[in-house]
Design a protein around this ligand. Structure first.
Ligand code: CA
Ligand code: ZN
Length: 297
């Protein structure tokens, strides 16, 4: 199985970045990644304001998927996530929902051992490994890896985890996927501004679904399907994700708008992936049980 090393990175998603790794549709492979600080914070002596932010938030890739082209959908299945032996959480003035309460920067190193993140001597958190950044090259322009959008990227959704499938629209030949920003644990909202940031490696399987209409990322777990929308304004993000779900329900369940809208209200939940970055990502969850879906497409 191919293993892609973490030394080949991009700082933005752009069709101008030539692919460095290559896979076939249907292939399973490993990708090694550094943490979102590119490994600059290994001890509690290093504070967030001290690091070189120009090398933060990189993604490993681009990975070209042979056979993927504009108008197709890339299905990325997360098969395994292996974490490093420690993670880091920083606090810094202005960071997160209560950032104004932080007067000085502080770094906490959190050991990752035996399935737990050892937050302190009394609190051990079961690991919930997830991928913060997973995206493809957009049709036009260049978008920094910290910014989510219709091309995926820094969606910071805790559901990009083992067993999930992420569906991304393909805008350029090969899709030119890249990923990074693993978290050992993260709650919805990423409320203090970081998850438990860690290096590691992930095992992915990619498939290409030819000529399927998809404007923005969708996600599928064993229990549910999700639409995801990223916007600077949270209300606009909610409206977009809700509209995407209503259109999905209309199509999949052969409903008119009013009935799909009712089904949305009766069975679906609005959720927040993260709300602490400038661009906010929200999800709408539709339970599969009620939809009797086998898969998104
Ligand atoms: Ca992130
Ligand atoms: Zn992160």
């Amino acid at each position: 199985m191919k293993v892609f090393a973490k030394d080949q990175v991009v700082f933005d998603f752009s069709k101008a970045n030539a692919p460095v790794y290559f896979v076939e549709a249907g292939e399973t492979f490993w990708v090694e990644t550094d943490d979102c600080y590119s490994g600059q914070i290994k001890t509690e002596k290093v504070l967030r304001p001290d690091i070189d932010i120009s090398i933060m938030d990189c993604s490993v890739g681009p990975i070209a998927v042979n056979g993927a082209g504009p108008g197709d959908v890339l299905c990325v299945e997360v098969l395994a996530i292996q974490l490093a032996e420690q993670g880091v959480m920083v606090t810094s003035p202005g960071l997160g929902v209560l950032g104004e309460k932080i007067t000085k920067a502080h770094t906490k190193i959190i050991p990752i051992k035996n399935g737990f993140a050892e937050f302190n001597e009394r609190i051990k958190l079961p690991l919930t490994p997830m991928i913060g950044v997973l995206g493809v090259a957009p049709a036009e322009g260049s978008v920094h890896c910290a910014v989510p959008g219709d091309h995926g990227s820094n969606m910071d959704t805790k559901l990009v985890k083992v067993g999930s499938r992420v569906y991304l629209p393909v805008f350029v030949s090969g899709a030119n996927m890249a990923l990074g920003d693993l978290h050992a644990c993260m709650g919805d909202g990423e409320l203090s501004g970081t998850g438990i940031e860690t290096a590691g490696r992930v095992c992915l399987k990619v498939d290409v679904i030819k000529k399927q209409k998809l404007q923005r990322p969708m996600l599928e777990t064993a229990e549910a399907v999700y639409t995801l929308a990223s916007k600077n304004d949270i209300n606009e993000a909610i409206k977009t994700a809700v509209n995407d779900m209503v259109e999905f329900l209309m199509l999949k369940k052969s409903l008119d708008f009013a009935d799909a809208y009712r089904l949305l209200s009766a069975a679906c939940d609005i959720q927040i992936s993260q709300l602490v970055n400038e661009t906010i990502t929200v999800r709408v969850k539709a339970p599969k049980l009620d939809l009797q879906l086998q898969s998104v497409f």
